[in-house]
Design a protein around this ligand. Structure first.
Ligand SMILES: C[S@@+](CC[C@H](N)C(=O)[O-])C[C@H]1O[C@@H](n2cnc3c(N)ncnc32)[C@H](O)[C@@H]1O
Length: 355
């Protein structure tokens, strides 16, 4: 791995950052309450506001508005001038930025209670926090049964990042006019349906767990793509089940982060066995070492811990080198790498290594 990070902060800054960590869950709830109770919106709409005017306008107690706005000062979401509070740029991000809101809702609805079991998950290698959501071995088995609000926050989080990549991905994938496409971990069928719209003749097969494949089939039928997209129920962790052969493209998007490196090796080997010399195997992932912005790396490191405590206990958002090693070991070669697709993804195109 390349070097990363440093220890150049002065002691005062380091101490402040340590307190931010020490109080993070409390301050997260303060930020969320400022957003959900309408205080940030009031400040945005009115440019500024005193505790009294906000309390009256929103029908909240003076005490409640006061403690939240005072926390907001330390969070640097608001600042105080002439006894009135004014929204900062950070406050605006918490109020309006779509990605920030999707991340916050994912943290609250999927992770907040579960992450309290992180230590146990690290020691046991099991997603010990998942019991806060339901009684399944992995979150993927329970996805279609999650409580509505939790389900919405999970899918909003999942779709937001992959949706961003679609427009850039399509011309790359369809450059050679592929006839058939295997969407491994195709989820609700959203991507496959985009492909079917983009290319009027391509045939697509989705592989996913029964719960997800059922949802995909329903969506595909509603969109009228049953003649070109099918979904197969499968447990992709079972190395004895081969991938269907004969596809021009094998596609894994935001998928390998659901597995350990050993499991990914099993998936790549089955991809290899299903490929011929012309098959293109594409992997679309967010690698924490290939990000342009610190905000992206921070989000990916946090998301890794969701995999540890909630999703399955053994996967993560990877360093690119981890995956490049598995590609090599599985008998594949990297043909192309497209960095920063969408907001934070990397697209790796692999071929079978010539023997
Ligand atoms: C993070 S989602 C990615 C979805 C989609 N490809 C995208 O780019 O948004 C991972 C998908 O892998 C599926 N999955 C996870 N474990 C699986 C398993 N053992 N067998 C089959 N599918 C699995 C999940 O059900 C889910 O649909």
């Amino acid at each position: 791995m390349k070097d990363f990070g440093s220890d150049k902060k002065n002691v005062v800054q380091a101490n402040l950052d340590a307190q931010k960590i020490a109080f993070a869950p409390i301050m997260f709830q303060a930020a969320k309450s400022l957003r959900n109770l309408g205080i940030l919106k009031y400040l945005f709409d009115n440019n500024r506001g005193s505790i009294e005017t906000i309390s009256e306008a929103l029908d909240l107690s003076i005490y409640g508005v006061k403690v939240l706005l005072e926390a907001g000062l330390s969070l640097e979401m608001v600042y105080l001038k002439d006894n009135e509070f004014i929204l900062t740029k950070t406050g605006y991000f918490i109020l309006r930025d779509k990605m920030t809101n999707i991340n916050m809702d994912f943290t609250q609805d999927v992770n907040y209670l579960a992450i309290n079991h992180l230590e146990e998950a690290i020691v046991s290698g099991k997603p010990s926090g998942l019991k806060e959501l339901g009684d399944w071995d992995t979150v993927y088995i329970g996805l279609s049964e999650l409580p509505e609000k939790t389900k919405k926050s999970w899918f909003d989080f999942d779709h937001f990042y992959s949706d961003y990549t679609f427009p850039e991905i399509m011309p790359i994938l369809f450059g050679n006019n592929p006839k058939s496409f295997l969407d491994v971990g195709g989820n609700t069928g959203k991507f496959s349906m985009q492909c079917a719209k983009y290319n009027p003749t391509v045939n697509i097969t989705i592989l996913d767990l029964p719960g997800q494949a059922n949802v995909a089939r329903k969506n595909i039928a509603e969109a009228g793509f049953e003649d070109r997209i099918s979904a197969i129920d499968t447990n992709l962790l079972d190395n004895s089940i081969p991938f269907p052969k004969g596809n021009d493209i094998i596609w894994m998007s935001q998928f390998i982060d659901c597995f350990s490196l050993e499991e990914i090796y099993g998936l790549f080997r089955r991809a290899y066995e299903a490929m011929n010399d012309d098959t293109c195997f594409y992997i679309l992932e967010t690698f924490w070492d290939l990000q342009k912005f610190q905000a992206s790396t921070y989000s990916l490191h946090a998301t890794s811990l969701y995999f540890t405590a909630v999703a399955n206990g053994n996967s993560q958002m990877f360093h690119s080198e981890d995956i490049l090693k598995v590609i090599e070991k599985a008998g594949l070669v990297v043909d192309e790498i497209h960095e920063i697709i969408g907001m934070s993804h990397t697209l790796i195109k692999c071929k079978k290594r010539a023997v």
